[in-house]
Design a protein around this ligand. Sequence first.
Ligand code: DX5
Ligand code: ZN
Length: 219
Amino acid sequence: MSKTKLIAPSLLSADFLHLEDEIEAVIDAGCDMLHLDIMDGHFVPNLTFGPFIVEQIKKVSKVPLDVHLMIEEPDLWIERYIEAGADYLGVHFEADVHLNRTLSRIKELKAKPCVVINPSTGPESLEYVLDIVDMVLVMSVNPGFGGQKFIESSIRKIEWLSQFREKSGLDYLIEVDGGVNLDNIGRLSKAGANVFVAGSAIFSTDDYKKTIAEMKERI
Ligand code: DX5
Ligand code: ZN
């Protein structure tokens, strides 16, 4: 089991009128990465922001950027997001017919490829790309919105990915995103997850430092 354990606040739940303050606050509070949700209004029924905002965030972030693309035809956009400063770049299995090519291209462009699966997709679909990626993201809610309820079957997927990693000798990180909170984070860690994305569970609290410290105690 990989010992890496990282907390990645999802800025989707941050106060966008004070984004720079929010970023500084979660970094001061001890987060390890910032998770940025890019939505196009087609792949998911919501819209957020594009590479221009990622570029601005990069200027003020002292931690790596984990960019989660929830967009159709992600292959047309990867260069722009890497130029903007994405360290990890996540592409949905369901959005890309030529996943091998897209993930390899992300690597060529010197970013870290991450492959993402929706709640309805099984992890075994990823078997033939797991040797290319630095991270696998298991969506534990249907993507599009913060504050949704955690889907339990995600635990089994994390266990499968963790067992496959052991068997194959690969070293990708396993990330989980959606409905992650203080009550389930310990179980997710035990199942083999390494990177914990949390939006509402961090930004809805008054004391980010206390919340992140409590999360870290449980993983
Ligand atoms: C959902 C996004 C998540 C979202 C998580 O489509 O990918 O990153 O912000 O929010 P919470 O932690 O509130 O479920
Ligand atoms: Zn996300």
